[in-house]
Design a protein around this ligand. Structure first.
Ligand code: ADP
Ligand code: MG
Length: 823
């Protein structure tokens, strides 16, 4: 290598090791320029490269760390390219890829691949910082030309780094060899034997070409077939030792293997005789080709990857070092190593996610907010005058909110409370704390029927005639079909500050309302809103306090991960005197009993829900057993309850129509509401006492629990009846959890284990597209990542310490793209 390039490379490596702090050279990197330029020209370094260096180093001091890294890494790649052309000419010593197989195999692989790279002029740039070479396009690999690179691009593979992080879809375990006489039908095995005969012929009138090979290993002989691969007859020859991996099949009473993976025995056993990665493919890319490319890349690069996690994190988390994890995720040496590799890579995702969440929380807390303090006596008398006594959970949460409101920092709190735990009253008290000082509050709910319900409840609580905290017309309802006149009046009142509380749907953010002094934003059933919608409402004030509420209990571990930027309040207690809903699991044959109970309840003046999983039969082909709300509604009306009034609600109705039907049901116009899952959200119909769920096995426990929460809201005993489609025991066992407990958190915890986190994520996806390895049901790993992220964050919240620069680069890459908004 030319001395000037070598020198530059040395400085760059030093600078990279220091975390790009511009101190590798005294006084800054640009200080080398005058002398270096001259030397470079003397060495005959191409002028355009010299200009690149000048360009990068002159601005260097003013760049951010990632920019510095990028510009220096680009220079390294170029040095490499310059050196590579030099190398092919002079045939300098080659780098040898590190194998991961047994020593003898490794030896073979080494010699083979170095001779191959020499002949193709491929030099692996090992004497420079590895990180940059990973940005090289796939065409640097032997055997990959521009056309094939284009094909691989369809898999999202463009650089060597992409390959490294293209994880297998699954693994085939060929690690157990078997003698042929011990093979059993149906098992996946690896066999080693000698080829006895090879026979290639066309069959079925020339439509099928069959290559039939007989292999023997001394214990027995095995017939192996390949179809339409006539060229195999040329590669597989009698006398050759061969390794076969695949499934043992049966043909005419004899064991055979059809189209197994194979390779000559003397080859390194990349495709066989181990746990083999299986990648997602695209047309023109075979498993074998991709594995070959992967192996070249991974075996060379993985050991050269810098582990960006600080050593103490790795130690404390008992994590496999990154280089080994990358090796083992592709080419596991054992099941234990594979598991450790998966854990390590999943940990990294959770850890980076958590660091981001912590940063968001801190950014939020850096804002100041108006302080709202009220006298204890005032608050106590307010509570005393409520129609009921607060539960201790309600009191606790109120105290937490009160502390937030007087902290001078914007509240950013998630209130989780099971259906019926009484969140609305807590929200009402929070509003009172703010309007006490004359400020304004906004309350957003997902549907207009729910908004109306809140409007009535909040009006009753905040402006009751005996103790009016607010004038009746200081509380307003703004929904889609509010008249234009009324909207105009509300807008005026909000702008001049005379309206103190506005309750509404997303009309609140769509409408051009302007607030005089919005200080508190409350969002009910927050998972029904997108990040943007929550942010839009918040932006109507100046750092207002924010309270989001949800009745979907989220297991704590998950809540802390997804909502780690929010403070968490949990209401885990029901108001006293509430009768638990009686839940029964019925077999499909007992449907008549369910109908009888519904009749009996309706006779007492109550109402019932009947829920079906799908809208129409045949909507989903494999599911035609599923009861269809539309058809069942007609059948029930015609055959079962001809004398009763039935309503029908489903997701294809326009929102206004849905509201109309819910309202009619609440007003007692129907005895029975037949519905799909759209009925889920927090509507209060105290007169409804039966919830019958058909096809119950199709719903998650958390969702079933939500349905159940629609009843049991009044004084009367209520019932929840679950009818699965079949008597399948396992399903029923899962559903039995509903019978056993009314605790939403417990059910959510089980749901997470059984069905994964999808139902809890809702619209909060920022950062989640990056989770490729992490399983959000792995509570143990989540806790570990959270704990260690917290410790690191306490030391170096901005990741500005030099030793955290590699981590910081990875952190920024992880979060780029995700907007990561709060709430
Ligand atoms: P959710 O938490 O599901 O939104 P709500 O706020 O709608 O529950 O409350 C459910 C019902 O319980 C309402 O009718 C409400 O008036 C009543 N409630 C709330 N708190 C109490 C309490 N401490 N004691 C008795 N009833 C209560
Ligand atoms: Mg509610």
């Amino acid at each position: 290598m030319l001395p000037a390039l070598q020198k530059l490379q040395k400085f760059i490596r030093l600078e990279a090791e220091r975390g790009y702090d511009n101190r590798a050279v005294l006084g800054g990197l640009d200080k080398i320029l005058p002398v270096w330029q001259q030397e470079a020209r003397e060495d005959g370094v191409p002028e355009d490269f010299i200009q690149d260096v000048i360009h990068c180093l002159e601005g260097y001091a003013s760049y951010s760390v990632p920019e510095r890294a990028e510009c220096l890494q680009t220079l390294l790649i170029k040095i490499n390219n310059l050196t590579a052309s030099e190398t092919t000419a002079t045939a300098s010593p080659q780098v040898q890829p590190a194998g991961i197989s047994s020593p003898s195999q490794t030896q073979r692989e080494k010699s083979k691949s170095s001779s191959r790279s020499r002949s193709r002029g491929y030099t692996l740039p090992a004497d420079t910082l590895p990180a940059h070479g990973l940005k090289a396009p796939l065409t640097v690999l032997p055997g990959i030309g521009p056309r094939y690179a284009q094909t691989l691009r369809q898999l999202g593979l463009e650089t060597l780094e992409d390959l490294l992080y293209y994880f297998p879809r699954r693994y085939d375990d060929y690690s157990r060899l078997k003698p042929i006489n011990r093979l059993r039908y149906g098992e996946e095995v690896t066999v080693i034997g000698t080829v006895q005969s090879v026979n290639n012929r066309d069959t079925r009138g020339g439509r099928l070409n069959l290559t039939e090979v007989i292999v023997s290993d001394g214990t027995a002989a095995l017939r192996v077939n390949w179809f339409n691969q006539p060229w195999l007859a040329k590669s597989i020859t009698p006398g050759m030792q061969i390794v076969l991996s695949g499934k043992v099949d049966m043909y005419l009473g004899r064991l055979v293997m059809n189209s197994p993976e194979w390779e000559p025995l003397e080859q390194e056993h990349l495709h066989t005789n181990r746990i083999v990665p299986v990648y997602s493919l695209t047309a023109k890319v075979t498993q074998k080709m991709l594995r070959r490319i992967m192996y070249q890349t991974v075996s060379f690069w993985a050991p050269r990857i810098q582990d960006y996690l600080p050593e103490w994190v790795r130690q404390a988390g008992e994590l496999m070092p990154l280089p080994r994890a990358l090796l083992n995720i592709h080419f596991p040496e054992s099941h234990e190593d594979l598991k450790a590799a998966q854990d390590r890579l999943a940990f990294d995702e959770l850890f980076l996610l958590q660091l981001g969440v912590l940063q968001q929380k801190r950014a939020w807390q850096a804002n100041t907010a108006t302080i709202f303090e009220v006298p204890d006596s005032w608050l106590e008398s307010l509570i005393f005058n409520l129609p009921f006594e607060l539960t201790s959970a309600q009191r606790r949460v109120l105290a937490e909110i009160r502390d937030d409101l007087r902290s001078g920092r914007p509240m950013n709190r998630l209130l989780q409370g099971d259906v019926g735990s009484g969140k609305t009253i807590v929200a009402a008290l929070a509003i009172a704390l703010v309007t006490y000082h004359g400020a304004q509050a906004a309350f957003m709910a997902p549907t207009s029927i729910l908004a109306e319900q809140h409007y009535r409840n909040l009006s009753r609580l905040l402006s009751n005639p005996e103790n009016p905290l607010l004038a009746p017309d200081a509380i307003r309802l703004l929904v889609g079909d509010t008249s234009e006149n009324e909207k105009e009046a509300i807008r005026a009142g909000l702008a001049d500050g005379s309206v103190k509380l506005v309750i509404g749907t997303h009309a609140l953010i769509e409408d051009p309302v302007v607030f005089a002094d919005l200080e508190l934003v409350i969002i009910d059933e927050q998972h029904r809103f997108g990040v943007e919608q929550r942010a839009a409402l918040r932006l109507k004030g100046n750092n207002p306090h924010l309270l989001v509420m949800t009745a979907t209990p989220i297991p704590r571990s998950l809540a802390l991960t997804i909502y780690g930027d929010l403070d968490l309040s949990v209401m885990d207690e029901m108001p006293r005197g509430r009768q638990p809903v009686e839940t029964h699991l019925l077999s499909p044959l007992e449907r008549e009993r369910a109908y009888a109970l519904i009749r009996a309840e309706i006779k007492k003046g109550h109402q019932a829900f009947i829920i079906y999983p799908l809208i129409e039969k045949g909507q989903n082909n494999n599911n035609d057993e599923a009861k269809a709300a539309v058809e069942e509604y007609e059948r029930l009306q015609r055959e079962i309850f001809p004398d009763l009034r039935l309503g029908l609600l489903h997701g294809r109705l326009p929102p206004a129509e849905k509201d109309r039907i819910m309202r009619a049901f609440r007003n007692g116009e129907f005895h029975i509401l037949v519905s799909t899952s759209v009925v889920e959200v927090g509507v209060d119909i105290p007169n409804a006492t039966v919830m019958l769920i058909e096809g119950a096995n199709r719903f998650g426990l958390a969702q079933l629990h939500q349905f159940r929460g629609r009843v049991g809201r009044g004084q009367a005993q209520s019932y929840c009846l679950l009818i699965p489609e079949t008597n399948d025991d396992i399903e029923n066992e899962r559903l039995l959890a509903m019978v056993e407990t009314n605790d939403g958190f417990l059910l959510a915890e089980r749901d997470l284990q059984q069905r994964g986190p999808g139902e809890f994520l809702g619209t909060r996806q920022a950062g989640y597209s990056e989770l490729r390895m992490a399983n959000l049901a792995n509570v143990h790993l989540i806790e570990k990542a959270r704990h260690l992220a917290q410790s690191l964050f306490e030391q170096d919240p901005d990741l500005s310490l030099p030793e955290h620069q590699p981590l910081r680069l990875n952190f920024e890459r992880f979060w780029q793209g995700g907007r990561g908004d709060i709430s």
